[in-house]
Structure formats: C-alpha cells, structure tokens
Design a protein around this ligand. Structure first.
Ligand code: FES
Length: 363
C-alpha cells in the first residue's frame, strides 16, 4: 500500500513538470497572414457577389408570394381549378406541393443570401481584443461604437437594393408561417356545433350508401356509417367537411353488458349504439373496434374508449367521451337518427361547455 502511494506521487510530479515545460516551449502563433478575397480586390467581383445576394433575397420574396398564391388561389373543389384538375385530391396535392415549395424557397433564399453576403461582402479583417476588467460605461460606449462600425462596414447604407430586398424577405418569410395559423380552426367555430344528423335521417353504410336494418346488425358487428342526406351534397358545397363531422361507428353489444345512464336509455336499439368516429383528442378517425373488450381505439395516440360504458375514456390523452348519436328504427325497420349529436363532435374547444348547453336547449 505504502509503495503504491509513493508511485502515484512520483507519476503526479512528472506530469506537473511536463505541463510547465510545455507552456514555456510554445510561442503564441498569432493570427495567420491575411489573404484578401476576390471581392476585396476586384470591384467587378464585389458587384457580381452583390447581385448574387440580391437574387437570393428575391428568390425568398418570390417563394413567399408563391406560398400565398397557392394558399389563397387554389380552391379545393373550386370552379376554375375543376377545369384543370377535376379531382379535389389532386388539387389538394398541388396546393400542398406549392405551399411546401414556397416556404422552402422563402427560407432557402434568405438563409443562403445572408451567408453569402457575410462570406463575400462583409469586412474580412481579423481583430483581436484583450480581456480586461469590466468598465460599465466605457464598455457600453464601446459596444455602441462597434455596432455603428458594423452597420457602416456591412455596406447596407451604400447598397440600397440589397438592403431593400433583405428587408422584404425578412418581413415576408415569417409571414408565411403566420398565415398557416388560420388553419388551426374554422373562422366560424359554430360550424363545429352541428352535423347533418337530424330526426329521421337514415344511417347508411360507408361507402356503399345502403341503409341498414336493425335486424341486419348482428351481435359483435361494427359498421362505418354516414347520414343518408350526405349523398345530396357535392364537393363544392361542403361534402368533405360534412362527412368529416358526421362519420359514426355503429356496433351491436349485449344490452346486459352495457352501462346506460337514465338520460340515454332510449338512445340505442336492442344494444345497437352509434358513436362519433372523430377522436376527442385531436380529431383522428377512430378506426379499431375490439369486440371482446368493447374498446374503440384511436390509432393516432392510443386513446381508448369503452363502447359498453357510453364511450368514456379508459386510456390515453383524449379529454372526454365520444359523443353518442341517439338512434331508433323507422316504420320499415331501418335505423334512423333521433336527432343530431347532443354535443359538438371532435376535440374540445374553448366554448365547448356553452355549445353543449345550447345544443341541449339549456342556454
Ligand atoms: S387523436 Fe385520438 S388519441 Fe390523439
């Protein structure tokens, strides 16, 4: 033990003397010799670099304009684009492509333009500054002087076209992202309050559109269902939007296994229940029905709803149960809605409680 300790001290003392020797043996290398750039020695090259930077800023501005043309100009299902692209999905693809290209050019132009400006046109002399004690007032004055020098040396004052294209691209590029905030929800949130379901509207299979007789729905089966009145809509007058709100899952459970509240005791037909397919988390379509457990699963973030217990949330981030569609049968034995949903479908929004009351006629 004693020997080991002595050995460690010996190694340590050798290391210290080696470090001290190293410090003395290397002189300060200083800055490498300055080599001027082509743009420093040739005004022609400087002018051409300036034109290149201006071009990149113009690309950024044009990218932002392309974004807005695609965003506001392409109407999904609109009249004049039907001539070129009869399929709404093609229009959607075209719009997404142009939106992406617009944002990409806008960001690429401004980013590469600034880098190119700094590399080719901004002053290129090396400077070093020694560290010194903090002197509040003097340092502040020095900082102001340095900023003034940077603005002078950047050439922004004597290159007005470069300055103007820079200002244009810096303003327009971020506005493309601000524009996208419009899509966080409909301009009029009241459109989320109602769907096409109404008293007497038949439930039809998606996509065949055939009505469903209660006798055809066997225990354990499940159907994707739409309101029959949806077929009268075209893409121009809101088919996709109304379909997205009205989609429903229809299942038959054993009434003995169901927990039914007093308010909803007449909302099912011998265990046949209908629930909104729109997840109450962020609106993905609920796609999986687990017959044995009666669980409905959302594939997006795994929210799980119990169809035997009024589709209450049993797992996952969804904040509330799936809205139930009250159903009954008509004189011919076909399943029909008793009314619209009694609360808004899909994710909650700020006035959800108030809207639910209004739909129930309580407000
Ligand atoms: S959208 Fe269904 S769990 Fe997130």
């Amino acid at each position: 033990m004693g020997n080991h300790s002595d050995g460690a001290q010996e190694v340590s003392s050798v290391a210290v003397s080696s470090t001290e020797g190293t410090r003395d043996s290397f002189p300060d290398p200083g800055l490498p010799p300055h080599s001027p750039r082509l743009t420093d020695i040739s005004s022609k090259k400087a002018k051409s670099a300036e034109r290149g930077v201006i071009l990149l800023f113009l690309v950024s501005i044009l990218g932002a304009l392309l974004f807005w043309v695609a965003y506001f100009g392409i109407k999904i299902g609109g009249d004049y684009y039907d001539v070129l692209n009869p399929e709404p999905t093609n229009q959607l693809r075209l719009q997404n492509l142009l939106l992406g290209l617009g944002i990409a050019f806008s960001m690429f132009g401004i980013g590469i333009g600034i880098v190119q400006w700094a590399r080719a046109l901004m002053p290129d002399h090396e400077m070093s500054e020694s560290r010194h004690a903090v002197r509040t007032e003097e340092d502040r004055a020095d900082a102001v002087e340095i900023m003034d020098t940077i603005i002078d040396e950047s050439g922004i004052k004597r290159r007005p076209l470069l300055r103007n294209t820079l200002i244009g691209s810096v303003i327009l590029a971020p506005l493309t992202f601000v524009t996208l905030l419009r899509d966080l929800g409909p301009a009029d949130p009241s459109v989320l309050k109602y769907t096409l379901w109404d008293k007497g509207v038949r439930l039809v299979r998606d996509p065949s559109g055939t009505p469903i007789k209660a006798a055809d729905v066997t225990l354990g089966s499940a159907y994707h269902v739409l309101p029959e009145s949806l077929s009268s809509l075209s893409h121009e007058n809101g088919y996709i939007e109304e379909k997205a709100k009205a989609v429903v899952l229809l299942m038959r459970l054993d009434p003995a296994e169901m927990k039914i509240s007093e308010e909803r005791k007449d909302w099912h037909v011998d265990g046949i229940v209908a629930y909104s397919k729109v997840c109450t988390h962020v609106g993905c379509p609920i796609a999986l029905y687990e017959q044995r457990t009666h669980h409905l699963l959302c594939p997006c973030h795994q929210s799980t709803f119990d169809a035997a217990d009024e589709c209450k949330v049993v797992f996952g981030p969804a904040g509330h149960a799936l809205p139930q569609l009250p159903i009954t049968v008509d004189s011919q034995g076909y399943l029909v809605a008793q009314s619209d949903f009694h609360e808004p479908v899909g994710p909650g929004y700020w006035e959800r409680g108030q809207h639910t009351k209004e739909m129930k006629g309580e407000a």
